[in-house]
Ligand binder design. Structure first.
Ligand code: SF4
Length: 359
């Protein structure tokens, strides 16, 4: 358990200014990065900045969290989308995305402990009105009139940006709706700002687990290099609580697109008692296309990983079909070749050409 310093003071001291960050890193700052950071602001906690510095400018962490000129390269990003998974179509109540019958995404904040440069919501989190729109009573009323929704997935932004009090308030309100049985929170805090995993948060999560069938925390990490003793200690505290720990990883070109790094990461999840859950194919996000890799390549990597992990620890390899067609399996046991079509959650065949720069 990490007790000091408090996570809020760590959060407030994060780098938001490019010059300050590069001064700290003691690396020359390319002028073109200023324009990148104007379109896609930076946010890097000091402890992460130190890890980036120690790994060096060509390191994995620099690639994940520092701005890159490729974010504004027009040719590369012309097939990138501002809303790659079609969130906008599925906002059915304030802060509530209802895309699949049995589960709904709740977006109570747009704030994260870090700005991941590959983020699928990187264009939306810059002040998107719908994500901010708030009328919790209307949200509750929608949930009461849709008893088919049994799981609420807190996302955002990062839901652990909420104070413990606010989190508890939301959880209590959901617990009063009998049809809601499961709660899941997707978060990067345990890895990026492990100070957030304090005693009060654990108490809130433990209490919630008495009112729901399951309370799960999906820990987002993409590379073993993201871990150190501090965040491993925080994750150990979570693993000893009453909640279920799941993993969430995005396959990213230049970060983890090789069999050794993927295996090392998933082995680490298993050691930390975090059950492998999701391996996402990268979304076609505007400003993040330099992280994209062809589906065929992803399938080959996943095929290799399947052979190396225990059966129960094989993550679901999934892809969100652009345009709001939903998340589907990206794996095809018949072939690693991609035909150019995927079957949507409604059973419809959707054409999906690989971006031009791979052709
Ligand atoms: S924590 Fe998640 S939502 Fe926030 S920037 Fe990173 S990927 Fe995006």
């Amino acid at each position: 358990m990490v007790e000091t310093p408090s996570w809020t003071s760590e959060f407030k001291q994060s780098f938001k200014n490019l010059k300050d960050l590069y001064q700290f890193l003691e690396w020359p700052m390319l002028e073109e990065l200023e324009a990148v950071a104007l379109s896609y602001p930076i946010f890097v906690p000091r402890s992460l900045a130190l890890k980036i510095k120690l790994e060096g400018p060509e390191g994995i962490l620099a690639r994940e969290f520092l701005p890159h000129k490729a974010e504004l390269e027009e040719k590369l990003n012309q097939e990138g989308l501002a809303d790659p998974i079609g969130d906008k179509t599925f906002f059915k109540a304030p802060q509530l995305i209802h895309r699949y019958a049995s589960r709904a995404l709740f977006t109570p904040t747009t704030i994260c402990p870090v700005h991941c440069r590959y983020c699928f919501r990187k264009n939306e989190l810059n002040g998107n009105e719908e994500l901010f729109q708030q009328d919790f009573l209307e949200t509750l009323s929608y949930l009461r009139s849709h008893p088919e929704i049994s799981e609420i997935i807190f996302t955002g932004g990062d839901p652990l940006t909420l104070s413990n009090e606010k989190l508890e308030k939301y959880l209590k309100a959901f617990a009063e709706i009998k049809s809601i049985k499961d709660i899941r929170l997707h978060t990067r805090y345990p890895v990026i700002l492990p100070e957030r995993i304090d005693q009060d948060l654990l108490a809130v999560l433990n209490l919630a687990s008495e009112h729901f069938r399951t309370v799960s925390l999906a820990v987002h990490a993409n590379h073993a290099k993201e871990f150190d003793e501090t965040n491993k200690t925080a994750i150990k505290a979570l693993s000893q609580s009453k909640i279920q720990l799941l993993s969430q990883t995005v396959l990213l070109k230049g970060v983890n697109d090789n069999p050794q790094d993927l295996l090392e990461l998933f082995d680490l999840f298993i050691e930390m008692k975090v059950r492998p859950y999701y391996l996402h194919h990268p979304d076609r996000v505007k400003g993040g296309m330099h992280f994209y890799l062809p589906l065929e390549e992803g399938r080959k990597l996943y095929q290799g990983l399947r052979n190396l992990l225990p059966g129960w620890a094989i993550p679901h390899y999934v892809i969100d079909i652009p345009g709001g067609h939903g998340k589907v399996t990206a794996y095809n046991p018949e072939t690693t070749t991609f035909s150019g079509q995927l079957i949507s959650k409604n059973g419809t065949a959707i054409d999906l050409q690989e971006p031009d720069f791979f052709v």
